[in-house]
Ligand binder design. Sequence first.
Ligand code: ZN
Length: 461
Amino acid sequence: MSRDTALELAVDYFDSGHFRDDLARRVAVPTQSQDPASGPIQREYLATQIIPDTERLGFTARIEENPVSPAHPFLIAHRHEGDGLPTVLTYGHGDVQLAHPDQWRDGLDPWRLTIEGDRWYGRGTADNKGQHTVNLAALEQVLRARGGRLGFNVKLLLETGEETGSPGLPEVCARLADELRADLLIASDGPRLAAERPTLFLGSRGCTNFTLRYRARVGSHHSGNWGGVLRNPATVLVGALATMVSGDGRLLVEGLRPPPIPDSVRAALGKIEVDASPGSPAIDPDWGEPGLTPSERLFGWNTLEVLAMTAGDPDGPVNAIPGEARAHCQLRYVVGTDAADLEPIVRAHLDAHGYPMVEVSVQHRMAATRLDPEHPWIHWALGSLERTTGKEPGLLPNLGGSLPNEAFADVLGLPTIWIPHSYAGCAQHAPNEHLLGSLTREALQIMAGLFWDLGEIDRVP
Ligand SMILES: [Zn+2]
């Protein structure tokens, strides 16, 4: 029994077709969480696709009701091996984005796993069924390699509402904080930095969506009869936006700018390139905060984006001053930003710049998280990935996008390590979603190696 045995078993699991079979039956359950009628399907997924597999591995599993959104239940499972052993919490989500089957290319069905060369198509293959299937299977192979032992305790939390903003996840973590107590989180979601580069990330940027709106008056008014004496809401709104973000993308709202990039984060980002694979857009070198590298601007800084804006009817303009104008905006931000106070900060900013008439309303917020790249668990995990693959893994302090990591990092207070098993071109959330077979085969080895190494630790760092 050795680490190599665990890795060989993981490869066998893939090469023998067992991974394909496990993934195919999971993809076949249409767990679209944005469909309000999907509650029974989410339950079915947990009850038929996950619970029997975890019980086979010696877990005690149950479905936990969601206190915020009943249609999106959780699965909680435990496998306790010994009191003095390290305990890992792992996480995944069983739900998927709406599939829109008619938009998939001919020959593909989102609910049927279809393999074409290295691409394995199906809704949820990349996000997140393929990823949690890899991690559960790696646990199983380590158990076999050690003759029925892992050498650590495992807790599993699977949610079914991630694609609707993880309703109830922080609440359930707070309520079950004792039960979910662990030494660290190891979970998988999202893309690698590049398909061939094993990657580890430690959190994600936060995200707050908000609307700016100026309602000047009811209805529009003829621009010939009134132009020059009526304030134009579109002009006012554009002026207000220009005080918040410059024409070359620099965030100007003082209270929403991030603290200086910590040295350890800057050092990690120095080894990372922004994705430049075929199909990715060419980045603009002169956009955003001056003096930062592209990876610092994307992963180490904040950005204010205008997602959509409207005044009048852009598809049928008339000669009139519109009655109102609206812009839907988003702040993506790193740890250390006071985004919980975004509304009063933007309000004060607009007032100070002469725009008290522009209303601010905040819709949705996801917190920023980031474990210190110098944390001892990170050295341990990087070493494990390197030992398994012979490659230098990419260390990303936080994803540019957002993940519900707040529940683990802040509510449960865990060091959080994410090991993604997908890549940027996977079409996650879009038609023709797929995983890469070659990447998945490597991911199974990575996770088997990592879980093997966790069982060898005699002292939690
Ligand atoms: Zn997703």
